[in-house]
Write a new protein. Sequence first.
Length: 134
Amino acid sequence: MRAVYPGSFDPFTPGHLNVVNRARGLFDEVVVLVAVNGRKHPGTDEEERAAAVRAILPVEWTSVTVAAWSGLTATFCRRHDVGVIVRGVRNTSDLQAEYQLAGMNQSLGVPTVFLPTRPELAAVSSTAVRALGK
């Protein structure tokens, strides 16, 4: 089964890398979907962020691909024969927000699998990484 791991990935963090690594152990193929989120305003476009993610992924992870996308994740899944969405959750706030998205995607025919983050990575968010970088 193919899975998609969507996110804005601005930037791609060690927590994101951990989720991808764990997802590739569960699914035949994992697509890291660098998406556009209208509520977020990244410093680079999705193509540039996708290239940055590709550069971080180990070359031996041949079952992992990266794609840029500006539509609904469920639409990507239908068009590319992807059977499940993978989402990482760091805490209960993440879970509440992700649960709502999972319900919407389920209604569009694509289930979601949640992978809790490793405890030592729970405090790391893209927002925190960006703040530290400034």
